[in-house]
Design a protein around this ligand. Structure first.
Ligand code: ADP
Ligand code: GLC
Length: 482
């Protein structure tokens, strides 16, 4: 019989997305289906999820889940087989999945995501309507407590995998919530949910998991060091034999320049000319001059992680060398304001759009020349993969998944036709300046630039390989009883 996996995630494309986690949670089930694995995904019933469900059957009811009524609804959406936690007290709110429109976190996040995790563990123990998972896969801190509830409850024999998408977000709360979590007293301690005197959700998941995965091999190495371990490096080192770095993939049904309904003209590695229509549309949308100068794009959360403050400081340099910049993003308010001001200062050369716009992000990858990603750390990064696939050459910091996916245009790589982008040392403003200059120089030499575009477009970053690695890990855990 096919293996059954319960995935637990706090966001999933195309229903609710704040970042790459949603892309992964949305794409991995389809990729694992190709490996003979049936995935059902438990997600919170946010308004954006419930409104898209159509006919959904209640499969299980709770009179009081953390004191509130709740139901688990079963629904299919395209290829996704969803279990939706409909708990209006926790999830029926305007705003984002984790906070209000102003950016403030919901004060009861500890309860909202403990509830999600509790339900995940219940399903592992009792199943729903005859379906019981052979393994549970929990993503990030919002779902990590699933592993703790399983380990300290009746589902302790079911293997559990926790995936770290970003160690910077750990779900840390006070010690005072512990009595309300419904865990046995022995769950409080270094080997449980206690973390520096408080409660740590991701930490609890990591000590409770049979296997820990993260989203690139290089990030798997980096998080074992104090520099990238965010306080968890000791714990992760102690469990290094259970740690696996498995690269994210691209959902090629959604990101395919030859058949993308969100761009004006399809194109391929053999027919790059089709990119021109997107370039013109991009220039129009961002109020950029119509000329042949290289267009750098940015599609990103505007945060310190992404090195966006360094981009701010490099804008005059970029424009001074003749480049143009189109930025789409949202995040830290001072950065949002600074990018808008830069667009004002450099009319025709810099355009900024503050907000979240999925269709525009496709147009930018299709029409831009280079995508700039100067992250200070990057567990995997997906926008460089979309750039590679769309002939938008990545200019990236040598860190995490960026280091694993982009081949720098050094002499040897260019000579061998292997170069796919520009890679520079992270957290170094001067290196960023140098990389921008190098990109502009390379862009001026059409044959080299086009060879890089084509090499990137031909690289295979589909999910096929990575799904096979997850499948192998899952099988081993099930066979060995974890
Ligand atoms: P992270 O998850 O750290 O934000 P990733 O590169 O893994 O970084 O994933 C980001 C995802 O969110 C990509 O799919 C990217 O295209 C998308 N994205 C980020 N910001 C925006 C935005 N402002 N508008 C549209 N899509 C965005
Ligand atoms: C996180 C990381 C990003 C990764 C994504 C999906 O948000 O910041 O690097 O690509 O998760 O795994």
């Amino acid at each position: 019989m096919a293996m059954r996996v319960l995935s637990v995630a706090s966001e999933i494309y195309p229903l609710v997305k704040t970042g790459g986690l949603a892309d992964v949670a949305g794409a991995l089930p389809g990729a694992l289906a190709g490996q003979g694995i049936g995935v059902r995904t438990l997600v919170p019933g946010y308004p954006a999820v419930l409104s898209r469900l159509g006919k959904a059957k209640p499969l299980r009811r709770y009179d009081a889940l953390f004191g509130a009524p709740a139901a688990v609804l079963g629904a299919k959406l395209g290829e996704l087989d969803l279990l939706v936690l409909d708990a209006p007290d926790f999830f029926a709110r305007e705003g984002g999945p984790y906070g209000d429109a102003g950016g403030g976190e919901w004060p009861d996040n500890w309860k909202r995501f403990a509830a999600l995790s509790r339900v995940g563990a219940d399903m592992a123990a009792e199943g729903v309507k005859g379906w019981r998972p052979d393994l549970v896969h929990a993503h990030d801190w919002q779902a990590a407590m699933t592993a703790a509830y399983m380990r300290f409850g009746p589902a302790h024999a079911v293997p559990r995998v926790v995936t770290i998408h970003n160690l910077a977000f750990q779900g840390r709360f006070g010690a005072d919530i512990f009595p309300q979590l419904g865990l046995p007293p022995e769950a409080w301690g270094v080997d449980g949910v206690e973390y520096y005197g408080g409660t740590g959700y991701l930490k609890a998941g990591l000590v409770s998991a049979d296997a820990i995965t993260t989203v690139s091999p290089t990030y798997a190495d980096e998080i074992r060091s104090p520099m990238h371990g965010m306080g968890l490096d000791g714990l992760i080192n102690g469990r290094a034999d259970r740690l696996h770095g498995i690269l994210n993939g691209v959902d090629t049904a959604i990101w395919d320049p030859a058949a993308d309904p969100l761009i004006p003209r399809p194109f391929s590695a053999r027919a790059l000319g089709g990119r021109r229509a997107s370039r013109r549309a991009l220039e129009t949308q961002f109020g950029l001059d119509r000329d042949d100068a290289p267009i750098f794009i940015i599609v990103s959360r505007l945060t310190w992680q992404k090195g966006m403050d360094m981009v701010m400081d490099a804008i005059d340099h970029l424009v001074g060398l003749g480049g143009k910049l189109a930025l789409l993003g949202s995040g830290d308010h001072p950065l949002e304001g600074a990018f808008l001001a830069a667009a004002d200062r450099h009319r025709g050369r810099v355009g900024a759009r503050i907000g979240y716009d999925e269709p525009l992000s496709h147009l930018m990858q299709a029409g831009g020349d280079a995508i700039l990603i100067p992250s200070r750390f990057e567990p995997c990064g997906l926008t460089q993969l979309y750039g590679l696939r769309y002939g938008c050459v990545p200019v990236v910091a040598r860190v995490g998944g960026l280091a694993d996916t982009v081949i720098d245009a050094n002499e040897a790589a260019v000579g061998a036709g292997a170069a796919t982008g520009i890679v520079f040392p992270p957290s170094d403003p001067l290196a960023l300046h140098g990389a921008i200059a190098r990109a502009i120089r390379l862009h001026a030499h059409r044959p080299t630039w086009q060879a890089m575009q084509r090499a990137g477009m031909r690289a295979d970053f589909s999910w096929t390989h990575s799904a096979a690695r997850y499948a192998e890990l899952f099988r081993t855990l099930i066979q060995t009883g974890a």
